[in-house]
Design a protein around this ligand. Structure first.
Ligand code: ACO
Length: 311
């Protein structure tokens, strides 16, 4: 019986029919989605921290307004994604609990510090650029609520990517010190951005099944390569360099070759030992504790309102 259901489910996926919350789905499909969507939501929320760090220090009012809007967008992305995950039967409180206890992962990239204003440019160009590369295909992911959430997220991410590139472009055309600052930011953010796509395909335990279920539309290595190819061209406009001596165009493959990735660093960051892991989680836990009175007040208000309506 279960086998027949699974076969019918796979046939729907193969025919590109979206899966909706009330449809039957294999338990493993549900769990995989909860894992991926909640990790994605946590990444958006934790991702507010490195940039939030620069809002008060933006160089002018225009830059401050843009950065503020961008960080608010990220909060919105987190909320759509938590809502999408809730349709799979997990509560928001459970997801937060998993984040705060260290059980749920969030993107490795947000465990690196933001040391200068140019980091806002590098994050926009590289981190949001990598996010778009990964997320545009997710607009066609097989689970309806996730796919639909991704449409708006991608439009906003695209604005984020351009504003980052524009910051770097401005710095690259500025004084020698500003050019150096932009180059330094690219040097620090390049390799962690490449790692955002996840482990190599042959070390990625989830890719094969997620591709079969069309949760993922491309493998980690495929997306990483597309990202490298695009950045290797865009850097020419900035007239700066990508910190990889092995980066070069390969006529035969039609792609850019790139140097070895430090996988040890990647696994260390995922295991909680990156430069800012503790700081990031502590900030989220504190925000949760400090917000307890708001949640209690909102619940009390909702209760009283329901009682009044019931009278
Ligand atoms: N940071 C933290 N954890 C990661 C990362 C990363 N960059 N890449 C992979 N992992 C984790 C996976 O979650 C998985 O964890 P598990 O122990 O829970 O299974 C493990 O490493 C093995 O990786 P994969 O088998 O390749 O995992 P998966 O198939 O889920 O692919 C990927 C990882 C590509 C990140 C996928 O989950 C995805 O596309 N997620 C949606 C996009 C997303 O989360 N983006 C977050 C950053 S973008 C932003 O917030 C601006």
């Amino acid at each position: 019986m279960e086998k027949d259901m699974e076969q019918m489910f796979q046939e729907r996926i193969d025919k590109e029919i979206r899966i909706e919350p009330k449809d039957w789905m294999p338990e493993k499909y549900r769990q995989t989605l909860i894992r991926q969507i909640s990790q994605h939501a946590h990444s958006e929320i934790i991702g507010m921290l490195p940039e939030g760090n620069w809002i008060t220090r933006a160089p002018n009012l225009r830059r401050k307004a843009i950065l503020l809007a961008k960080v608010q967008d990220e909060a919105g992305h987190g909320l759509y994604l938590y809502s999408a995950a809730e349709t799979l039967g997990i509560s928001r409180d459970e997801m937060y609990e998993q984040l705060h206890s260290g059980k749920a992962k969030y993107s490795s990239i947000f465990n690196y510090p933001t040391l200068s204003w140019a980091d806002m440019g590098a994050i926009g160009w590289l981190v949001d650029g990598a996010a778009i590369m990964n997320q545009v295909p997710l607009c066609r992911t097989s689970y309806g609520p996730y796919a639909r959430a991704m449409v708006r997220v991608c439009k906003e991410e695209s604005f984020h990517q351009r504003q980052g590139f524009e910051i770097l472009l401005t710095l690259s055309r500025g004084t020698e010190a500003q050019r150096r600052m932009a180059q330094d930011a690219i040097n620090r953010w390049w390799w962690p951005s490449i790692m955002m796509f996840g482990p190599k395909d042959d070390e990625s335990p989830n890719t094969i099944q997620s591709m079969k279920w069309k949760i993922k539309r491309f493998t980690n290595d495929e997306l990483r390569q597309k990202f490298v190819d695009i950045c290797a061209e865009q850097i020419k406009i900035l007239n700066l360099t990508i910190p990889d001596p092995d980066l070069k165009w390969n006529e035969t493959t039609g792609h850019y070759d790139f140097g070895p990735i430090n996988w040890d660093e990647f696994w260390q960051v995922i295991a909680g030992n990156g430069p800012c892991n503790k700081q990031r989680l502590d900030a989220r836990k504190k925000a949760w504790e400090d917000g307890a009175w708001v949640r209690e007040a909102a619940s009390a208000h909702a209760r009283k309102r329901a009682e009044r309506l019931a009278q």
